[in-house]
Ligand binder design. Structure first.
Ligand code: FVH
Length: 301
């Protein structure tokens, strides 16, 4: 049963959770499972019901919720909802630790850290590398960055959500690595979707093909270590080049051809093959494919 307690009846908690969407509820449940006492708040009513039944106390306002604990975990929709709800209670947060697990850009996280510093708030930003059912399991990891001392003081409690990984003292580091990991994931999805579209254009089902795709993607992910070493060394021949860019770029035309031959109109990997060809035209055909990163690192004038 949901109980909205009067401020005076709230007891001190180990953690407060602001935001009980799908992710906020999963985080709060994992804290309860780890035997933490928790206070929860959500904008709209009803989402706290199961948590209250499991032992959480529900706060009627953000101010009541932040008063109940010294560690505040925020999991709202976006930066605007963070500012809208925490801005008015900034002075009450003085001396407390705020952990923002709302997805942010690095710039937003750095701005929030500045705001927190102005109000004497210890600020840690986070990036959740999990979907709600993974929270509290070994499969989940969560990136944190910002105030190292505050992170160290609470890392044990963060472990209830998933493995904590400290990304750096730059408050934007967790957000940057979060978005970089998601970029890798969507790039993989883009290639896989293009691959499945090709197969589906030729046969009535793709499920039988998936084990081959998984096997191939798994084997090729082994190349990432050497790719990273070449990027770090600015040397795209480091460790020896097995399949050079000139050969790969020449073969890239086949991707346009097969899309056209199958009567399809979209080639999701065309932007990559264009960059490969450009790098060859610039005289780097003997490099490994990691050489393309030089074009991705080109900054705006
Ligand atoms: N769910 C996922 O798979 C991903 C995994 C990676 C991390 N993301 C990020 O987590 C943040 C929250 O995501 P969520 O899944 O909990 O999202 P929703 O279920 O849509 O819940 C949104 C909560 O935010 C509250 N909210 C929205 N706007 C406001 C506002 N202006 N003032 C106060 N609260 C607000 C909303 O409240 P209500 O609609 O229930 O009243 C929910 O509590 C997010 O950054 C993901 O990118 C999740």
């Amino acid at each position: 049963m949901t109980s909205s307690l009067a401020p005076s009846s709230l007891t001190p908690s180990s953690l407060t959770f602001l935001g009980l969407g799908d992710m906020g509820r999963a985080l709060a449940h994992s804290a309860l499972k780890a035997d933490h006492s928790i206070t929860v708040w959500n904008r709209s009513s009803g989402k706290d019901a199961e948590l209250v039944a499991a032992g959480a106390q529900s706060a009627p306002t953000v101010a009541d919720a932040v008063a109940a604990a010294d560690l505040i975990v925020v999991c709202l929709l976006d930066d605007a909802s963070f500012r809208q709800n925490l801005g008015p209670v900034a002075e009450q947060l003085r001396g407390k630790v705020v952990v923002n697990l709302t997805t942010s850009t690095p710039g937003e996280a750095r701005e929030l850290a500045k705001w927190a510093q102005e109000h004497g708030i210890r600020f840690v930003d986070g990036g959740i590398m999990a979907i709600p059912p993974m929270i509290g399991t070994d499969a989940a990891f969560i990136l944190y960055s910002g105030d190292r001392e505050a992170y160290d003081a609470h890392a044990e409690r963060f472990a209830a959500f998933g493995e904590p990984v400290f990304a750096g003292t730059d408050p934007g580091a967790a957000a940057l690595q979060d978005l970089a990991l998601l970029t890798g994931m969507y790039g993989m999805f883009a290639g896989a979707l293009q691959s499945l579209a090709l197969v589906r254009s030729a046969q009535p089902e793709v499920s039988s093909f998936v084990p081959l795709l998984q096997r191939w993607i798994g084997a090729m992910s082994g190349a990432l270590g050497q790719m990273a070493a070449q990027i770090d060394a600015d040397d795209y021949k480091l460790g020896g080049v097995v399949s050079n860019l000139a050969m790969q770029a020449a073969g890239a035309g086949h991707f346009d051809d097969v899309v056209a031959d199958q009567g399809l109109t979209t080639n999701l990997i065309a932007p990559l093959t264009e960059l490969m060809k450009r790098r060859v035209a610039d005289g780097h055909g003997e490099d490994d494919v990691a050489s393309v990163v030089e074009l991705l690192l080109t900054r705006k004038a």
